[in-house]
Design a protein around this ligand. Structure first.
Ligand code: FES
Length: 107
């Protein structure tokens, strides 16, 4: 398990990732998507597991889902489970907001 920390403080991370926006973040050699609803953060794979569309171009719903821009499949941001559509689950990563920034755990 690898740990990455985004930003230097909780306030800085809240500014870097505006509410319900999806940002691409480099963690080591890979890029992942990070979003949040208020102070609850979500980290997940960059490409949709259906046909590899960029999820950065999708959107986050109030039901803690990301909606893919290409065929509008919906994925649970907590578990990665497909809520609408039929494909593999989305890979999600654990996050924790602390006074030192946003910690992201990668396998
Ligand atoms: S590529 Fe994402 S739903 Fe088809």
């Amino acid at each position: 398990m690898k740990t990455f920390t985004l930003g230097n403080s909780d306030n800085q991370v809240l500014e870097l990732i505006p509410n319900k926006q999806i940002k691409l973040v480099s963690v080591g050699a890979t890029q992942i998507c990070v979003s949040r609803i208020e102070t609850k953060f979500f980290a997940f794979q960059k490409l949709c597991p259906h046909r590899m569309a960029s999820l950065k171009e999708g959107f986050v719903t109030d039901f803690e889902e990301v909606v893919c821009p290409l065929h509008q499949y919906r994925f649970d941001l907590n578990t990665g489970e497909v809520r609408a559509g039929s494909c593999d689950s989305l890979i999600t990563y654990q996050t924790k907001l602390t006074e030192e920034g946003l910690t992201i755990l990668l396998p």
